[in-house]
Ligand binder design. Structure first.
Ligand SMILES: N[C@@H](CCC(=O)N[C@@H](CS)C(=O)NCC(=O)O)C(=O)O
Length: 199
């Protein structure tokens, strides 16, 4: 398998982390999104949406969208519950991550990382407010439970961990969310965990 990835990407990290935890051998190919390397004709032929992560299977089949890739890799393993409702709850949190969390928490972090914070200063407060709303939803859900679905570590936790654990790089204050902080520590303590900096 080959993973097209960018080292700072939380979406890429989700896949990197799961590949590591499942012990799946793979080749990692860096594509620098800041240099437009996902927008070249060659890459667009692989993923018309021009984004990493992109997983290429040994038979050449390609799969985009980080959470779809997580779902594909997790089937039949301990990080995806078999129960029908629990599986749908995992998807519920992964859709939440993409619609209510990533566009705010990840995007503000990216603007800081890419040196765009000044240019985007008018948009940042509204994005941060929505990001804090998402963190608030997570904080309330974690009352009395260790993980997002069924009391067990799953790909729902991986999807949400990726950008939450680096939210402070987007100037979000995680100190306001003690349950999230405790959950982050539990996720980081899972067997085979690798930090976002490990490529
Ligand atoms: N919904 C997609 C988002 C992927 C995405 O936004 N990738 C970014 C990096 S995190 C990217 O490749 N950006 C390059 C570009 O848009 O040119 C997923 O979850 O995989």
């Amino acid at each position: 398998m080959r993973l097209y990835d960018f080292h700072e990407s939380g979406n890429g990290y989700k896949v990197r982390l799961l590949l590591s935890q499942l012990g799946i051998p793979h080749e990692r190919v860096e594509r620098d999104i800041l240099k437009g390397e996902t927008r070249t004709p060659t890459f667009l032929a692989k993923n018309p949406n021009g984004r990493i992560p992109l997983l290429e299977l040994d038979d050449g089949t390609r799969l985009a969208e980080s959470n779809a890739i997580l779902f594909f890799l997790a089937r039949g393993t301990d990080v995806l519950p078999e129960d029908r409702l629990a599986q749908a709850q995992v998807l519920q949190w992964m859709f939440f991550e993409q619609y209510s969390h990533e566009p705010y928490v990840a995007v503000v972090r990216f603007w800081h990382f890419a040196g765009l914070a000044e240019e985007k200063q008018d948009e940042i407060p509204a994005r941060m407010e929505r990001g804090y709303q998402a963190l608030g939803v997570m904080e309330r859900h974690l009352a009395g439970q260790d993980f997002f679905v069924g009391g067990r570590y799953s790909i729902a936790d991986i999807a949400l961990y990726a950008y939450t654990h680096v939210a402070e790089e987007g100037r979000f204050e995680l100190a306001r969310f003690p349950r999230i902080q405790a959950w982050l520590a539990r996720v980081a303590a899972q067997p085979g965990h690798v930090p976002i900096t490990e490529l």
